[in-house]
Design a protein around this ligand. Structure first.
Ligand code: FAD
Length: 368
């Protein structure tokens, strides 16, 4: 194995999406020596790779990262490519040390720091931050493999547009925001049903008026009320990671208007076709699994996870492993922690908790 630098870095951030960039902004303000490692060639790729028609549900006024408001009409809902371009520009604007093409595949303790490895390359660092995003490995039920071979199966991660589908009915499995939005899109060209139960929905129509009058209240609740510092926040936190999020833009009313029938959950496969709770078999030519994601931290070899894979962290800080941190995960501190409106604040807090090397400590504490 080759070591890129003999010197021990101050901090390595693994993952250069919006979370890694927001933290990079605060570390740069402290004049700290750090690297952001990302497997992609360009910043913003996790957004670019999502389906073609995706627009953010958060208005531009809440989509900016620290130090750089999102440009244009504040009530506009940017496209996923506009957000990706904004992130790429953010790296340039603040001259962040974003290192492309590095897929980190190992992380271990190294004396009083960490050894971060990616194939033949490695880095030594005093501090490490995991900012690899919560939407990593697509989840789909084990019985998906029993569907007949002629059915086109896609996970929402691989869905781009309806041209990927065969002629014939589509069953969308999972009624979160991805399921609802993809169902409406494919219903324009295919007979579509969606199976699942939403975890609630926004009580008003999503759009510019909501961005002006309602989303500020939602943001306030997500940022200041539903946090790990409040009893109500601690009560709802586990549900955020286990249940589907409330429907925001495409609610059951919009599904009905598009002629989409909402079915019970899919519970298995019979004779190659999906079966619902209650036993109904669904004739379909396509299945789109909008069944969420799971993390993959199998490459992390420090005791920062419990037996069930839960993160042993408090507001991103892993007390059991000094110098080890998480950022951007669901409900890290608040309901908005894994979203654009929340990550800047969490990043700023983390930057204040990452131990400062002696040489830069005076300047660093002055800049936060
Ligand atoms: P990511 O964007 O996933 O970035 C993580 C980066 O780390 C990626 O570049 C990844 O390739 C890289 N990486 C991962 N593992 C490694 C490794 N081992 N080595 C090197 N690099 C690695 N939020 C909003 O605020 N508003 C919205 O409208 C909104 N819409 C969403 C729509 C969809 C369909 C989804 C899935 C999420 C949406 N979110 C939204 C939630 C959230 O803002 C995004 O998921 C966002 O991409 C999270 O940013 P992140 O930096 O935490 O993770």
């Amino acid at each position: 194995m080759t070591t890129n630098q003999d010197a021990v870095l101050d901090t390595v951030i693994i993952g250069g999406g919006q979370s890694g960039l927001a933290l990079g902004y605060w570390l740069a303000r402290q004049h700290r020596e750090f690297l952001i490692l990302d497997e992609n060639e360009r910043a913003g790729e996790s957004w670019r790779q999502r389906w073609d028609s995706l627009r953010l549900f958060t208005p531009a006024k809440y989509d900016g990262l620290p130090g750089a408001p999102f440009p244009g009409d504040p009530l506009n809902f940017p496209t996923k490519d506009e957000l990706a371009d904004y992130l790429e520009d953010y790296v340039r604007r603040f001259d962040l040390p974003w290192t492309p093409g590095v897929r980190v595949d190992g992380l271990a303790s190294d004396g009083d720091g960490f050894l971060v490895s990616a194939g033949e390359k490695s880095w030594r660092s005093k501090n490490v931050v995991i900012a690899t995003g919560g939407y990593r490995v697509p989840k789909r039920p084990a019985f998906a493999t029993e569907l007949e071979a002629g059915i086109v199966q896609l996970h929402s991660q691989d869905y781009r547009n309806p041209a990927q589908l065969r002629p014939g009915p589509v069953l969308v499995v999972g009624l979160g925001n991805s399921g609802a939005e993809i169902a409406v899109e494919v219903s324009r060209s295919h007979q579509t049903t969606v199976a699942g139960k939403p975890g609630g929905e926004l009580p008003v129509r999503h759009g510019r008026a909501a961005a002006r009058f309602v989303l500020p209240v939602v943001r306030f609740l997500g940022l200041h009320v539903l946090t790990l510092n409040t009893p109500i926040g601690r009560k709802v936190a586990p549900e955020f990671t286990s249940k589907a999020a409330p429907l925001i833009r495409t609610r059951t009313k919009e599904l009905r208007a598009a002629g989409i029938e909402v079915l019970p959950r899919v519970s298995g496969v019979r004779d190659g076709l999906p079966v619902l709770d209650g036993g109904q078999v669904v004739e379909c030519a396509n299945v789109i699994w909008c069944t969420g994601y799971r993390d993959d931290y199998s490459w992390i070899h420090v005791p920062a996870l419990d037996q069930d894979g839960g993160l042993l962290q408090k507001r991103g800080v892993v007390d059991a492993v000094p110098g080890f941190f998480f950022l951007g995960q669901e409900f890290l501190f608040a309901a908005v922690s894994a979203t654009l409106p929340g990550v800047g604040r969490d990043a700023r807090y983390l930057a204040s908790r990452i131990p400062v090397p002696h040489v830069t400590s005076a300047r660093a504490s002055a800049s936060l």
